[in-house]
Design a protein around this ligand. Structure first.
Ligand code: NAD
Length: 295
């Protein structure tokens, strides 16, 4: 009998998160504060433009003081550092997002480290990453934070489970693995992290109670790599050519959804899964920063 898994709708969870934020934003308004989020976009990377536009639209809808600084692709590193410094010094800005990837002539890590950790709503600054690892209060990188919210919403238990994370990026794989080992309810898991140098990846992924795929390779998690009844979180957002669509491409995840969904217990779709959560958590981190600014 074909399996019909629980579809973990990030779209739905993101609406719940944003609805909760509304009350906190109203409370801030009563104290004369609108959460201020400024995104800095250097150059014209199409995917970055889509992401920044969506962020701008959603934050404006919630009553944020939202700005996008669109800088020419030839902007120098010194100029960008200066822009970040001005934003660090501006009390109306609670969150600074420098959209990655940056042009090659700019050292991304240097720019990330120039952001005031109190405004690091992306959670990429070493101070934020350190706090995450030590389980101290700070800004958690938005995509892993969004995955935690999905787990909370759908009551997915992680304690005592084997979580396998595919990919070791600084923004998804590493923080996700660290969150899952924390000594807390949404944590307490046994974690395996696999990457490009892992031989026989399927050997590990097949043992996962919860499989989190964040490699950026279209549909490479096939049904034979997934255990029956696993929970599958697909972080990947990949464009694959498709002449039958108006845009000439479609979005797919890292997981072969049609085959894997026949054997897993629950799965996030692409689009509509982890994607909407990333922006929701960015907004949430900015509200938190605005609240922190009152203290
Ligand atoms: P990245 O390229 O920085 O990192 C990918 C990681 O996967 C690397 O550590 C690499 O070692 C590993 N990897 C690559 N190919 C592999 C393979 N064949 N086998 C095992 N490991 C492999 O990417 P990222 O920023 O972590 O993003 C991963 C994917 O998630 C991308 O598709 C990206 O677009 C997507 N993403 C989605 C969201 C969202 O909001 N849903 C947010 C961030 C990233």
């Amino acid at each position: 009998m074909p399996n019909s898994p629980l579809i973990l709708s990030g779209k739905e969870v993101s609406l719940a998160v944003k609805s909760d934020l509304k009350n906190r934003i109203l409370e801030l308004k009563e104290k004369g504060i609108a959460p201020g989020l400024t995104a800095v976009l250097v150059g014209e990377d199409p995917a970055s433009q889509v992401y920044v536009r969506s962020k701008e639209r959603q934050s404006a809808k919630l009553g944020f003081n939202s700005n996008v600084l669109r800088l020419d692709k030839g902007t120098s590193q010194a100029e960008l550092l200066d822009v970040v410094k001005q934003l660090n010094d501006d009390p109306s800005v609670h969150g600074i997002l420098v959209q990655l990837p940056l042009p090659k002539h700019i050292d991304s890590q240097l720019i990330i480290e120039s952001i005031d950790p109190a405004k690091d709503v992306d959670g990429f600054h070493p101070v934020s990453v350190g706090k995450l690892v030590l389980d101290l209060d700070g800004f958690v990188s938005c995509t892993p934070a969004g995955i935690l919210e999905i787990m909370k919403f759908y009551k997915i238990e992680t304690a005592g489970k084997h979580v396998v994370v595919v990919g070791r990026s600084n923004i998804v794989g590493k923080p996700m693995a660290n969150l899952m080992i924390q000594k807390k309810d949404l944590g307490n898991a046994t974690v395996t992290l696999v990457h490009t140098r892992t031989p026989d990846m399927g050997l590990h992924t097949r043992q996962a109670d919860i499989l989190i795929a964040a490699a950026g390779v279209p549909e490479f998690i096939t049904a034979d790599m997934v255990r029956d009844g696993a929970v599958v979180i697909d972080v990947g957002i990949n464009r694959v050519e498709d002449d039958s669509t108006e845009k000439g491409y479609r979005l797919v995840g890292d997981v072969d959804f049609s085959a894997v969904s026949k054997k897993c217990a629950a799965i996030t779709p692409v689009p509509g899964g982890v994607g909407p959560m990333t922006i929701a958590m960015l907004l949430s981190n900015t509200v938190k920063s605005a609240e922190n600014s009152l203290n």
